[in-house]
Design a protein around this ligand. Structure first.
Ligand code: DGJ
Length: 368
């Protein structure tokens, strides 16, 4: 008997009629499967839109979650780093696994990309001048004390990416908003402490402006202060111009977007894998001073960001005026089972963004 006949008999036996497949939709917090039926594995990720295709890059998290001895004091659980995964889509609902575009190194524990190390929050941008795809990520030691940025390049969005190495950004340069006090060495002056060797860089994102200039936002100074740092024209290094922003606010998980000439940043506080209250900020000059607007989340569980943490904000296919805020719902004791929560950004008449929980939602097809 053919499969279709079996299906009809099964449906009739159960008193059911065969129904059309469900229309695609975002279902925040549920297991999200790729086109092969496997759970999507791209955490702390970001999306590049290139030649009509979306590419979602993220952390490959596989295997057992454990608490390394060096992290026992603060409870920093982890899995062995799997590298950077990539998925592609043309409609943002259906994602094809394009494989691991920057694998971790299981053989050499001394390597930056050693699976014992940290490979987090990868972001890829395209450089129109060099025609290279440039990948930046948070590279770290298991105890998160190295706090470096790793960079890799590829000729194609699906890799393989060639690893160029890691560094602490902005070595030997004072930020443009430095004060005389900031330059004075003191026990808790991490900016001055790290002046020569480069600034600590943990959670990070990249942002490409309309003029093609690219910026790295990174949590620095022992996570107390964020830096926004201009990249060189090839996007491979810091250009030597940066500013301190959200000074002393311990903001991490930066996600940056631009709308109607203003830059916005959604971030979180610093509580490991545990959720806290999200933060929103706005500015007209990317180097600041940024103005904090409070928590963009509304409604139930808003104070805990719906048990999530920001990863990226995606402007949907250029000019449609829709933005998707991408969050991770971390599962600190089973990290591979961390979920994705994508929500539509809403904008007030004054242009202020906000977020509301949705059980299930779809993109608007109308244009702004
Ligand atoms: C919070 C950060 O936002 C994550 O990317 C990750 O580094 C965890 N801390 C580790 O505890």
């Amino acid at each position: 008997m053919k499969r279709i006949q079996l299906l009809i008999i099964a449906c009739l036996a159960g008193g059911l009629t065969p129904s059309a497949p469900a229309a695609p939709a975002f279902v925040p917090g549920e297991v999200w499967r790729d086109t092969a039926g496997e759970p999507i594995n791209a955490h702390g990720g970001g999306i590049l839109f290139h030649d009509g295709v979306y590419y979602w890059y993220g952390e490959l998290k596989e295997g057992r979650t454990y608490l390394p001895k060096v992290n026992q004091a603060w409870g920093g659980t982890r899995v062995l780093a799997g590298g950077v995964s990539c998925y592609s889509s043309t409609n943002l609902y259906d994602w094809k696994n394009e494989g691991v575009v920057l694998p971790s190194d299981a053989k050499n524990p001394a390597a930056d990309l050693a699976c014992e190390n940290v490979i987090e929050r990868p972001k890829v941008i395209y450089n129109a001048k060099t025609r290279k795809f440039v990948l930046w990520f948070h590279q770290d030691s298991p105890d998160y004390q190295a706090a470096r940025s790793g960079v890799a390049v590829s000729d194609t969005p699906t890799g393989p990416f060639k690893y160029l190495g890691s560094f602490r950004p902005d070595a030997g340069v004072w930020p443009i908003n430095v004060t005389a006090k900031d330059k004075k060495p003191a026990k808790t002056n991490f900016l001055a402490r790290d002046f020569n060797g480069g600034q600590m860089a943990r959670d990070m994102t990249l942002f490409v402006d309309d003029d093609g200039k690219a910026y790295q936002f990174y949590a620095s100074e022992e996570n107390s202060t964020m830096h926004v740092s201009l990249l060189t024209d090839d996007y491979l290094k810091p250009a030597g111009k940066y500013a301190r922003i959200f000074i002393g606010r311990s903001t991490e998980a930066p996600a940056v977007f631009k709308r109607d000439g203003k830059y916005y940043l959604i971030g979180s506080g610093c509580t490991g894998w545990d959720p806290n209250t999200a933060r929103l900020a706005v500015v007209t000059n990317i180097f600041g001073p940024w103005i904090e607007l409070g928590n963009p989340c509304q409604g139930k569980d808003a104070a805990k960001t719906y048990f999530c943490q920001s990863a990226f904000v995606l402007p949907v296919a250029e000019k449609s005026g829709q933005f998707i805020a991408m969050f991770d719902r971390w599962n600190g004791w089973n990290l591979p089972d961390s979920r994705y929560v994508w929500l539509p950004l809403e904008f007030s008449a004054e242009g202020n963004p906000s977020l509301h929980w949705q059980n299930r939602w779809t993109l608007k097809t109308d244009k702004r």
